[in-house]
Design a protein around this ligand. Sequence first.
Ligand SMILES: [Zn+2]
Length: 666
Amino acid sequence: MKFAVHATAPGSRARAGTLSTGRDTVETPVFMPVGTRGTVRTQTLAQLETLAQRGAPILLANTYHLLVRPGIEVFERFGGLHRWMGWPHSILTDSGGFQIFSLPGTVIDEAGAQLRGPGGQALVLSPERSIATQRAIGADIMMVLDHCIASTSPHAEAEAAMQRTHRWAKRCLAARGDGPGALFAIVQGACFADLRRTSARVLTDLPGFDGYAIGGLAVGETRAQREDTTALVTELLPEDRPRYLMGVGMPIDLLEGVHRGIDMFDCILPTALAQQGTAFTSRGRIDLERGVHRFAEQALDPDCRCDACTLTPRSYLHHLVKCREPLGWQLLAFHNLAFYARLMADIRAHLRAGTFPAFLAEQRTRLERADPDHPPGRRPRVKPRKPGSRGAFALHAALEGFTSIRHVASGEIMHSVNDPDVEAARVYVEQSASLVRALAPAPREAQAAAPPLVVWDVGLGAGHNAMALVRAADRVADHAPIELVSFERDLDAFRLALDHVEHFPHLRHRAPHVVAHRGSFERDRFTWTLCEGDFLATFEARPRPDVIFYDPFSAKVDPVMWSLATLTRLFAYLTRPAELFTYTGSTAVRAAMLAAGFHVARGVASGPKPETTIALAHLISPHALLDRDWLARWERSAARFPADVPPADHPELAQRIRDHAQFAHR
Ligand SMILES: [Zn+2]
């Protein structure tokens, strides 16, 4: 493989070059269409050939998927993927590292990764196996097997994965030996500058790599983090080797990547977004699902010569997309791939003509435009008096007639289907034996000496649970002393609700306003303190609770709060009797609670949920503990383990649950 740089741009790290793979001379920067399973989804070979002629004579294929099906034997029989799929041009294969990261149930150790195939079959992917498979596929460019992690992982985890990636890279080099096929290393290190620097240095010090990829991006980081990391790494990579930014991205990401010195890209977005009706055009991004296109006469993109743009009006494409017709996907996928090919060809032409900086400035705004003829603005029917959103949260009017708060990024609605005030009182306050006792009227003298009852309100949200307790205490003149501590990471939901008291009548009270303003509220025998920040970072500094209202976001949005690790830590802190109440009836959560050491009982129904859950520490109260019938159902359940427990630990965990004291006599 040979690589040469022919043109650069002032004020930019962008460069135009040629990559000779032995099969093709690929002009760079290049976008490689993704042919995961030996097919670029919906595209015919004739269309792929057209794209090759327009500057994309190289596809990406995926080692993991092809290893699963058809299997390495088929490639050995047919002499590789080129002949088998009828593609005469170049192929780059991904190593399977990304699937190790993204497929659930994968176990990784130094030897490699044990994955589950789609049929549940066990697969082992080691550096050696990955190279052997890529070689059988006949890849012109192979990638080392890397240990990919979420780009937002903590430093220690990112460092360990990076070190392993380096050790695996050496094994891949040895496995490649003198055989055919170029081999690229993959720089890892999440979004930590020190790790990325180390990774680039270690890998460029190893002799034998034909190019370098930047891995582990486009997996949860912000665009700014992605761009900064890209710039930091390309600066450390040798000028005479191609640089490949894996799995990125939108047209604007390609442009910004080129500007930072990237030569090669791949991404499923052009075909994946086509399936959803999104088209990239020279006038901006168009969502063909929108009703505004129903009567649209104009071409999708007057600057494009593809079938979708020359043979039909937008109206017809809108119809195909609305009906989910495969033809709509196929037409738009080709159009999008042609758009990407044209963008890369334009970039190369401007680099060679010395006009890239002006092109960059002009395209930066153009590529981000969406539907200029019909800007997709949100026009509320009634103009709200006050902003209906704050930070990450927005007001949400439920059909049942009450207003809730929606977490915009996840779409999750706090108390989505039942009146939050009712749930707060029934699930959190009225079930608690200790609270019922504390709120019973008693002579003052008897209570004066008693320590206050400590109540933790985990996930303050809009303050429903806390206010249910405040109101319950309001109704009793002589209750026992109560210390309420509300934990909340992001107070914007609470503040948004306080700005809209007309929709949140439970907040028509002095206490929440004082707490929001001063951080605490105090009156005779009742204190309420706000603990802002991550619960997991703060709870161990707080007095141990007697009662916990456990109301974080769901496991889908905030898995850590429901993990075995977190519940185990919480249980360890609860050295005196405590009751925990939560809205979920999830089998996996109950299993995690049992495994953590809690006794677990059924809580009252709430809204559409037939049961909620109560967890008890060092205390058996008159609640309905889960019995052997539950255990039998649990054994049959498909989702019986918490997500943070690796499959290898399932048998031990299952035994711990079966041996739990609460099932001994029932
Ligand atoms: Zn087109």
